[in-house]
Design a protein around this ligand. Structure first.
Ligand SMILES: Cc1cc2nc3c(=O)[nH]c(=O)nc-3n(C[C@H](O)[C@H](O)[C@H](O)COP(=O)(O)OP(=O)(O)OC[C@H]3O[C@@H](n4cnc5c(N)ncnc54)[C@H](O)[C@@H]3O)c2cc1C
Length: 479
């Protein structure tokens, strides 16, 4: 998975200068790397930028890390774009000089997906404007966090129809992978709620696309893992927001009754949001259906636990925003611990779910689980973007083990990566796919398996939009 890179060095002067960012003026492909004005050396001029190209240690070290703290590939520079044109200029520059480029959103990947050892990381946090909010949609820069968008849309009584469990992720980073949450049971993934995109393709073209304009590019980019274009701006769907969330936790004695209740709840769509939690204890697993009704008083949901056969029912009510943002503080605490996070996230066909999960739970001690394990069903028909790969089954279960290695240990992380690989193989053997946000060691051949009959289309889109394979090497899809 490690891309082959040219060995280039930062000039000694640039490396020593903490404030070197604005001073980079030229590139010496012969071996010196970036040149500052102070080097007064000849080189290929770096394009004039609205933002800055940083080559200092701190910027490059940050870009060589992510939420997983497992993979560390150092870029030669970090672009903090001041505009989409900056992204375009750097992608064109990279094409001309054999560099790789990866956009980094909030860096919440767990296995180096937003890193590059041989080029430039573009830090999208400087592209973070909410441009427009209307009753039906919002136009936002790719670096906007969902949290900040939701805060602004709720001021107008609006919300994205589906949200990830954690709102501190970037629009661009989530639209590149899919974006799943409890409301996916009604609205599909985040990528199924996009009206238009502005992107910079791998060849450096800045273009707008939508289902009507350049639809092949639009559909390739959504869930396209950054392989064809960098998203610079997105127009995302908004719907009227409810004010209140009534949250049900329904407890079940075993896996079979838990998933049976989830299937029933999915079939009648009684909840606005449907997920499920499996919590390890020393004496076994606790199974809980998590269902939420969004509503605005005086209208009231009925008894949504009725007929779901739970052994215990817990109901709480909270403002809609408090619910959407429920894990933000917890994630900030986890981020501060800097634990390695060898996550595994797989999608399973309905018919294989119970057997697969039972076996996985039986071999997972509490310490390997990383806390709560997520398991919930989604309807296949609502997830329409072609490069979001799901099992071929009308109902698909999302299974997520959010492992954390505590205390940090390289040996323990490597052991869990090997477990991930074995469990991934077992998932594929029963018709499963992986959700590419986790830490599973994969080869290009595994990716061909992942895309299956869509692989020729995936490869053709790469050839068309990023023929020099400049973009997003950290996914490891191409050799
Ligand atoms: C605590 C936590 C909770 C999470 N909860 C959920 C959840 O509920 N649902 C869910 O679906 N996922 C969830 N995820 C996974 C998350 O959606 C993905 O890891 C996502 O890619 C992270 O977004 P990011 O902004 O950090 O992207 P990054 O990690 O920075 O980037 C992810 C990938 O997208 C590429 N990329 C980033 N920006 C762009 C862009 N503008 N254009 C093109 N490519 C780009 C990167 O190069 C990289 O390959 C969670 C992750 C964490 C750490």
């Amino acid at each position: 998975m490690v891309p082959r890179v040219r060995k280039l060095q930062i000039t000694r002067r640039a490396a020593l200068t903490g404030a070197a960012a604005a001073a980079v003026v030229a590139w010496d492909p012969a071996g010196l790397g970036w040149l500052t004005a102070a080097d007064a050396a000849p080189g290929i001029r770096v394009p004039d930028l609205d933002g800055e190209l940083a080559v200092d240690e701190e910027s490059r070290t940050e870009a060589a890390d992510d939420y997983g703290h497992i993979v560390h590939r150092r870029p030669l520079a970090v672009l903090r774009p001041g505009s989409a044109r900056d992204v375009q200029k750097v992608v064109r520059f990279a094409n001309r000089h054999g560099l790789k480029v990866a956009m980094r959103g909030q860096g919440h990947s767990t296995y180096g997906q937003a890193q590059t050892a041989g080029g430039v990381v573009i830090d999208s946090r400087t592209l973070a404007a909410v441009h427009r909010i209307t009753p039906g949609h919002a136009v936002v820069d790719a670096g906007v966090q969902w949290l900040h968008l939701v805060q602004q849309t709720l001021d107008r009584g609006l919300t994205p129809p589906v949200a990830t469990d954690y709102l501190g992720l970037s629009v661009g980073g989530t639209l590149s992978v899919g974006g799943i949450g409890g409301a996916t049971s009604h609205h599909g993934m985040l990528v199924d709620n996009v009206l238009a995109l502005e992107v910079v393709t791998g060849t450096g073209d800045l273009v707008r696309c939508s289902p009507a304009v350049r639809p092949d590019l639009f559909h390739a980019v959504l869930g396209g893992l950054g392989q064809f274009a960098i998203i610079t701006r997105a127009t995302v769907r908004l719907v009227p927001a409810a004010t209140t969330a009534r949250v049900y936790h329904l407890t079940y004695p075993d896996l079979a009754s838990f998933t049976a209740a989830q299937r029933r709840a999915l079939a009648d769509r009684r909840f606005s949001y449907l997920e499920g939690l499996m919590t390890p204890t020393e004496s076994g697993w606790i199974y809980q259906l998590e269902g939420v009704a969004y509503y605005t008083p005086p209208s009231e949901p009925g008894d949504l636990a009725a007929g779901l056969g739970a052994s215990a029912v817990d109901v709480v009510e909270m403002p809609y925003f408090a619910w959407l943002n429920r894990i933000y503080d917890l994630v900030q605490q986890l981020l501060a611990l800097r634990l390695q996070g060898p996550w595994i996230n797989v999608f399973l066909p309905d018919e294989a779910t119970d057997a697969y999960v039972a076996e996985l739970l039986a071999e997972t001690p509490p310490a390997d689980a990383g806390g709560v394990v997520l398991l919930y069903p989604i309807p296949r028909e609502l997830i329409r973007e072609p490069f979001v790969r799901l099992p071929d089954s009308p109902v698909v279960f999302m299974l997520a083990l959010l492992r954390a290695v505590s205390p940090p240990s390289e040996a323990e992380t490597q052991r869990l990566l090997a477990v991930n690989r074995r469990q991934y193989d077992q998932a594929v053997a029963v018709g499963g796919t992986h959700y590419p946000v986790g830490a599973i060691p994969l080869t290009p051949a595994d990716w061909q398996t992942h895309y299956g009959d869509r692989w020729p289309a995936f490869r053709a889109a790469k050839h068309r939009y990023d023929p020099r394979h400049v973009l997003t090497p950290g996914q490891g899809i191409f050799a």
